[in-house]
Design a protein around this ligand. Structure first.
Ligand code: GDP
Ligand code: MG
Length: 440
């Protein structure tokens, strides 16, 4: 994978005190191969590598005491810029009522993402309504209704009409009348970009005037996703991109190129089929994820020094037997605190974990940990040992017990699951070997 490749390159670079131009060349060759292999568009790669190389050969870098680190920093920084630098946010119509139109090929995740967005909007204090404008398949309307129910958001439908413009307009009217402030318009897709679809979307755009046109792009489709992004943007002038299925083994290349070829920001990424699996897109975190160099090695090193080895070993054992419980998680978090706090550890982790713990920051780390503790303490022994039984009513009870919102409980469970996943990565033979090498 891309990160494996780059990780190898960077490991070699890291061990070098002095760099030659040849080293930089070799590193750039690897970066290029890795990016190409990750489905990053060829032109994008060429430009990128040329830029990065020029910067790397700059005097400050070659003469610095840690040239290799500088190179890594430059690659990371340039990747971040390539994906949008600062990161962008969904924008709302200042007039008070925002229409969001979804667009994208069939199966990319438009309808699912409508639900995720509604969920996100509600959490941000908005009042969203959904609108079913995929008029070609009755099942599509049913699907959006299921989605709406799941996220507790009303869905406007008109099963008799085949006119998406008429439906969207009526939905807008009704939503405004009923005091909603965001309308999310789900649209039809096609397997490929075709004239009919584009004309339809253009028509909705002209008549309904969405404030944001969000293109849903499936990260798993690699280069096709990039071409789709280009095509949709040329015709519709989209406002932002939502990259779905980033939870699979998406190679990340699509994210890189989609931004570059459209010039439009990636606002969110979908990381699962559930309605809370939507994350703000952070270019810097994605860069680390693509590079796979979120400093896992120093994390392991630090862990080696500070982790209670016996405990860690025990956790690993349990994990293997699939018995890594919430109590283990709590213990692990406690150890993390001892290692210098969550903030520090998060900094060292690959982007994936950082992204998933997006609401944790350095200052909040301590407080967050106490909150987690209080949530876990509000659980029964059985729940701590088998989090699978944590259904909605149990979560509600726990939330009431510790005086925190259910969302916090859900968050904790998600983090526990992430930790479990990460532990699994640690427990694979390759990681173990690395571990032992560091130890010995
Ligand atoms: P649409 O045709 O664009 O409306 O796509 P759908 O919303 O019907 O989604 C197609 C499939 O992709 C469904 O099975 C979804 O559950 C799945 N899907 C959507 N987003 C994600 C995601 O972020 N991760 C994963 N793993 N699956 C997703
Ligand atoms: Mg759909």
């Amino acid at each position: 994978s891309l990160s494996d490749k780059l990780q190898g390159t960077f490991k070699v670079l890291k061990n070098k005190g002095v760099l030659t131009e040849k080293d930089v060349d070799e590193a750039m060759r690897q970066v290029k191969l890795a990016l190409l292999e990750a489905d990053v568009n060829f032109k994008v790669v060429k430009e990128f590598v040329a830029d990065v190389k020029e910067k790397c050969l700059g005097e400050e870098v070659m003469k610095s005491l840690t040239p290799a680190q500088q190179v890594i920093k430059i690659v990371n920084g340039e990747l971040t810029d390539l994906m949008g630098g600062e990161g962008a946010k969904l924008e709302y119509d200042p007039a008070g009522f925002t229409v969001i139109m979804m667009a994208g090929l069939q199966g990319t995740g438009k309808t699912t993402t409508c639900g995720k967005l509604a969920n996100f909007l509600k959490e941000s204090g908005k009042k969203p309504m959904l609108c079913a404008c995929d008029v070609y398949r009755p099942a599509a309307i049913d699907q959006l209704e299921v989605v709406g129910k799941a996220v507790n958001t009303p869905v406007y439908t008109d099963r008799k009409s085949k006119d998406p413009v008429k439906i969207a307009k009526a939905a807008k009217k009704e939503a405004e009348l009923k005091g909603f402030n965001v309308l999310i318009v789900d649209t039809a897709g096609r397997l490929q970009i075709d004239e009919e679809l584009m004309a339809e979307l253009e028509n909705i755009k002209d008549k309904v005037k969405p404030y944001q046109i969000l293109l849903v792009v499936d990260a798993l489709t690699g280069q096709d996703a990039v071409n789709a992004a280009k095509g949709f943007n040329e015709r519709l002038a989209i406002d932002g991109i939502i990259m779905t299925k980033m939870d699979g083994d998406a190679r990340g290349g699509a994210a890189l190129s989609a931004r570059k070829v459209t010039g439009k920001p990636i606002l969110f990424m979908g990381t699962g089929e559930k309605y809370d699996a939507l994350e703000a897109f952070h270019p810097d975190r994605m860069a680390s994820r693509i590079l796979g160099m979120g400093d896992m090695l120093s994390l392991i090193e630090s862990a080696e020094k500070n982790y209670d080895e016996a405990k860690a070993e025990k956790q690993l054992e349990r994990l293997k037997k699939n018995q890594f419980t919430l109590e283990d998680f709590l213990e692990q978090m406690g150890q993390v605190q001892e290692m210098g706090g969550l903030g520090k550890v998060l900094d060292m982790m690959p982007g994936m974990n950082k992204a998933q713990m997006k609401d944790v920051d350095v200052e909040k780390g301590e407080k967050e940990f106490d909150q987690m503790k209080s949530i876990i303490y509000s659980m029964t022994k059985a729940e701590r040992q088998d989090p699978n039984i944590l259904n909605a009513s149990r979560r509600k009870r726990i939330a009431a017990g510790c005086g925190q919102p259910v969302s916090k409980v859900n968050n904790l469970i998600r983090k526990y699951e992430d930790a479990k996943k990460m532990m699994k990565q640690f427990s694979n033979p390759k990681a173990m070997k690395r571990n032992r090498m560091l130890r010995g």
